[in-house]
Write a protein that binds this ligand. Structure first.
Ligand code: ATP
Length: 272
């Protein structure tokens, strides 16, 4: 296989347990640079655990997780370029300062500050990003003065200033109103293209997952042992490319995610 065709990420026979409880079992996938993978699955089936393994915050129990052919280690390593987008702002800093500090800590972990020319370049970069996420007019505001959508934009700018190759998003838009969510969808797609990101995004909304992703993974626990509830974990039961989704498949996924719901999913989709 030539280098150009090599997957960026290889997941091989990957298992994760906590004590006697198996959370994820036997995941096997390759992901190319530039894909936008959305992850859906019932609550507690291990989606966030999977993101944490990508980030190196959790270690697999068995199997391999390779980035550019190298194991993802447990030490934070900025060179890997995997960034987890979270809403973690300092309330006493302005929007602009909050974006700058995300990178200052990375460049100067002890002092948390840059000076002179590097600082000027960083401020200019932060302003450019705030422009891209639509927050230019709010650069001097404090976090408590922002709406929910603006906070999410700030969190995205904080992640992007660290120049990720792989961006991890864990239900970033769940708390937003539908109109604001639509704006955020457009924004994340623009940023994904412009920054040539590879994205993994957990969502509870199947429609959102299918609309945003180039690829949708369904995590589901297919084996159950009533005598040993922790014996089996979730697998990736569907791996669908955009455009692959016939309506009966959509219904099957909806059923597996929400077995109590006997009604069929509408073609326009429903929140899970
Ligand atoms: N540090 C931990 N120690 C023990 N068990 C854990 C730990 N972290 C997660 N778990 C368990 O692993 C399982 C998977 O959790 P995880 O948060 O990955 O699920 P999820 O699919 O992201 O759920 P949700 O959709 O509700 O966020 C859960 O049963 C959880 O209780």
């Amino acid at each position: 296989m030539s280098n150009a065709n090599k997957p960026m990420l290889q997941i091989k026979n990957l298992w994760k347990s906590y004590g006697d409880t198996t959370v994820l079992e036997n995941l096997n996938k390759n992901v190319a640079a530039g894909e936008f993978v959305t992850l859906v699955g019932t609550s507690g089936c291990g989606k966030s655990t999977f993101l944490k393994m990508l980030l190196g915050m959790e270690t697999q129990t068995r199997g391999d997780l390779l980035l550019d052919d190298q194991p993802i280690g447990t030490e934070p390593d900025q060179a890997r370029g995997i960034v987890f987008q979270q809403y973690s702002v300092f309330p006493h800093l302005t929007v602009l300062q909050n974006v700058i500090i995300a990178r200052e800590f990375e460049k100067s972990p002890l002092l948390g500050k840059l000076f002179g020319t590097p600082k000027k370049a960083l401020v200019s970069e932060a302003r450019q990003l705030l422009d891209q996420v639509g927050l230019s007019a709010a650069e001097d505001k404090y976090p408590h003065e922002l709406s929910g959508g603006m906070r999410q934009r700030l969190a995205i700018a904080q992640a992007l200033i660290r120049k990720p190759r792989i961006l991890l998003l864990d239900e970033p838009f769940g708390a937003l109103d539908p109109g604001i969510r639509a704006d955020m969808h457009a924004l994340i797609l623009d940023l994904w293209r412009e920054h040539q990101l590879t994205i993994f995004m957990v969502t509870h909304d199947l429609t959102e997952g299918f609309y945003l992703g180039t690829r949708l993974w369904v995590f589901d626990k297919v084996r159950h042992d009533p005598q040993a509830p922790g014996a089996y974990g979730a697998r990736i039961t569907y791996d669908l490319s955009v455009g692959d989704m016939p309506s009966d498949t959509l219904n099957q996924i909806q059923q597996s995610l929400n077995p109590a719901d006997t009604s069929s999913a509408s073609a326009s989709g429903e929140s899970l």
